[in-house]
Design a protein around this ligand. Structure first.
Ligand code: GDP
Length: 206
């Protein structure tokens, strides 16, 4: 898929106030600093698109971007900010939970994982929660340019092995670098494929 247009639409502090449309939504989530804004900018080829959402306060919001007038790219707040107060943590958690579990348009949640790190408990727990709730998701291992291809491959393997301890079927995964534009075509093609399969089954049911 090629991206012909990508525009910021709205930020919301409540999942039930998100745009009232039937277009499929592909949401992006991960720990703070995992490279989410960079990835969104790289995918849309708009260097400042996700900066709209990284202005103070907006990182606590759900941000909708309309792509090709056909689907929404949704930037969710990061999880696991240890330095934030409990009240804000609870608020973010509720916002994420409500969006991920209740939003009918949510077609695939891309969970971003830093490819340089050992499997992190918070990521594994989040993924486990997705599994328990039957949420469709895929993984994106970020910042691959920061180490050798071999190191990235080993790291991905370690993470997938960890998942395999609990899962029979592993989720799709992608390796990305926002610096080198690695993974861009694969991720966009995946979205296109899912969009096509939705269209061929008669669209979304909600
Ligand atoms: P966010 O908090 O998840 O939105 O993370 P950002 O996109 O703001 O990225 C956090 C830091 O990592 C920034 O300094 C980025 O420049 C850097 N970064 C993000 N993605 C990449 C990448 O693919 N390669 C490299 N080398 N640095 C990256």
């Amino acid at each position: 898929m090629e991206i012909t247009s990508a525009e910021f639409v709205i930020s919301n502090s409540r999942a039930d106030m998100c745009p009232d449309t039937k277009l499929p939504e592909y949401a992006f989530i991960g720990r703070s600093n995992v490279g989410k804004s960079s990835l969104i900018n790289m995918l849309t080829q708009k260097p400042k698109l996700a900066m709209t959402s990284s202005t103070p306060g907006k990182t606590l919001l759900i941000n909708h971007f309309l792509v090709n007038k056909a689907w929404y790219l949704v930037d969710l707040p990061g999880y696991g900010y240890a330095q934030r107060g409990k009240k804000i943590m609870d608020k973010i958690q509720k916002l994420i939970e409500y969006y991920v579990l209740e939003r009918q348009q949510m077609t695939c949640l891309f969970v971003l994982i830093d490819s340089r790190l050992e499997p992190q408990r918070i990521d594994l727990e989040f993924i486990e929660w997705l599994g328990e709730n039957g949420v469709p998701f895929a993984l994106i291992f970020t910042k691959a340019d920061k180490q050798t291809t071999t190191k990235t491959r080993q790291s991905v393997e370690r993470f997938m092995n960890k998942l395999q301890e609990q899962w029979e079927e592993l989720p799709p995964y992608f390796i990305s670098s926002s610096e080198k534009k690695t993974g861009r075509q694969e991720i966009l093609d995946y979205i296109e494929e899912v969009n096509k399969s939705i269209a061929s089954t008669g669209g979304m049911t909600n």
